[in-house]
Ligand binder design. Sequence first.
Ligand code: URA
Length: 213
Amino acid sequence: MSRREELLAEMGLAPIWRLRTRPTAEKRAAGQWIELKQAVPACTACALHKTRAQTVLGVGDEDADWMLIGEAPGAEEDRLGEPFVGQAGKLLDSMLAAIGLKRGDNVYIANVLKCRPPGNRNPEPEEVAKCTPFLKQQIALIRPKLIIAMGRFAAQTLLASDATISSLRGRVYRYEGVPLIVTYHPAYLLRNLPDKAKAWADLVFAKKTMATL
Ligand code: URA
């Protein structure tokens, strides 16, 4: 310790040049969000960048307890840059309302893929593999209490499983330590109305699960 530092210590003061602290976890996370929000629109890791209008990172509360994950942007999402804004999104919003939740309010919505597959075809395994690190980082930054994987692609990707939705429902899994439950995709429910009752049961199960977390 230098004489100057000794004198300051005697006065109970810390030298200003020692006061520079390491960035807080909060500041680090803010920096990582900025990087992610720049990296996703600049991504050319798969061919989907050639046909997208824009990337669709996600929407909502970045400190949310609830995180819902779908498959990939559709035409409307590609146009507007927000997930679940088409017909399936309207159904998702009413499903959320049914359990007292609202898009953007303690809820974050994202997709496995950040770019629209042309003609809304299914995502290719290579596209999923290239895009999953973005989703992983989103989850790490949001640190939700509960993830709801909606549909086959989200569930199978996050659980590294090829099981069907119907066999995966009704249990709590973990993704990177975060509790995760599985339900039907809203677009599937639009085509299969009788399964809406099962999706309702899944949401009730999710709500009960959240109450225990
Ligand atoms: N389907 C999805 O999986 N995600 C969207 O954002 C829209 C439709």
